[in-house]
Design a protein around this ligand. Structure first.
Ligand SMILES: [Zn+2]
Ligand SMILES: [Zn+2]
Length: 354
């Protein structure tokens, strides 16, 4: 079968490999759609980050490079392994890419995202940029007929957004600001609204990206490079600013914007992956009793994400900027998302059937 494998930094290859064999407790999925994630791009440009190249990951059945990428996938079950009773051949499904050990201190407290040997499909386990993939049955979620495979490939990134809104303990009617309108920022706008937010604002420095946020019905898009984002936010909210700010961009400057646009007693949720250290005026934080929390991945938010997409409360059509075949995944996928036109794209979906 054809697959996309990560071999090294800036070295990914579409190639032929044997179809995977389903083991006990595993399920084989014929992939319909798989989205390219920002994390895939990091692994391509700056890896190995999650991929193992010298020492194998402790998860039994895990893979070192070369490994098949892709973790935002939907498909059909074509085979189930020995002992699998909850999933049947023909089920329409999505796959949760996180594989916890279920044995460590954190897994025993149901904090699977903190599992000390958490494995992620698409990095240490063969993933969804392939005609077929196999995964442990506990990572498989059935999807309703009302949910198309294409839309279902957004369950995984939407689960991140739902997790962030849950971590924030958002209250009904709250004013929300989302910084950064890439895929996770846009899905956070929608998740926050679905989960009870009142007015939702977006902060974005790239004019190319205003339109999609506007299509999703935000009150306003504020560009912190053009205006004082804090003052602008105050003007738009009778001086109150945002009760909750979701920082989904990543650079340290975005965290300073978060501080400015959050109101007194507000909560700032760091969703973006801030790789550089950030200098932060803690005095302001203290004075206005603001709270900073972080959100990384998800635990049990797949059912919520499936429900929100199935009945259209979260709409992803404006986020899809290209649909391509597996053979074109390098040029029209990874290179498009790292080249000059990268900010014209939000989400690129890949299908082995195109
Ligand atoms: Zn992802
Ligand atoms: Zn664990």
């Amino acid at each position: 079968m054809r697959v996309l494998r990560w071999h090294g930094q800036k070295d990914i290859r579409v190639e032929e490999v044997p179809e995977p064999q389903v083991g006990p407790g595993q399920v084989k999925v014929k992939v319909k759609w798989c989205g390219i994630c920002g994390t895939d791009i990091h692994e391509y440009e700056a890896g190995p980050l999650l991929v193992k190249v010298t020492k194998p990951h402790p998860l039994p059945g895990s893979k070192m490079a070369p490994v098949i990428m892709g973790h935002e996938l939907s498909g059909d079950v074509t085979e189930v392994g020995e002992g699998v009773t909850n999933i049947n051949v023909g089920d329409r499904v999505v796959v949760r890419p996180t594989i916890p050990c279920y044995n460590c201190y954190y897994c025993k407290r149901s904090q699977y995202v903190q599992c000390t040997s958490l494995g992620t499909i698409g990095y240490i386990w063969d993933g969804g940029f392939a005609e077929y993939m196999v995964a442990p049955s506990d990572t498989i979620y059935k999807i309703p007929d009302s949910l198309s495979y294409e839309v279902a490939s957004f369950v995984e990134p939407l689960a991140c957004a739902v997790h962030a809104v849950r971590r924030a303990k958002l209250f009904p009617g709250a004013t929300v600001a989302v910084i950064g309108t890439g895929p996770i920022g846009l899905l956070t706008i929608e998740a926050a609204r679905t989960m009870g937010a009142g007015k939702v604002f977006a902060l974005e420095t790239l004019p190319a990206r205003y339109q999609v946020a506007q299509k999703l019905g935000v009150e306003a898009v504020i560009n912190p490079l053009e205006v004082d984002a804090g003052k602008e936010m105050a003007k738009l909210t009778d001086g109150l600013r945002a009760d909750f700010v979701f920082e989904c961009a990543g650079p340290p400057a975005a965290m300073l914007s978060a501080l400015k646009v959050s109101g007194r007693g507000g909560t700032i949720v760091e969703v973006g992956q801030m790789v550089e250290p950030c200098q932060f005026p803690f005095g302001t934080l203290w004075m206005h009793e603001k709270t900073i929390i972080t959100s990384q991945g998800y635990t049990d938010e797949f059912p919520a994400a499936i429900a929100f997409l199935a009945d259209g409360r979260v709409s992803v059509a404006p986020l899809i900027t290209a649909k391509i075949g597996l053979d074109d995944v390098i040029k029209q996928g990874f290179e498009a998302l790292t080249g000059e036109e990268r900010y014209n794209h939000i989400k690129i979906l890949v299908s082995p059937e195109l």
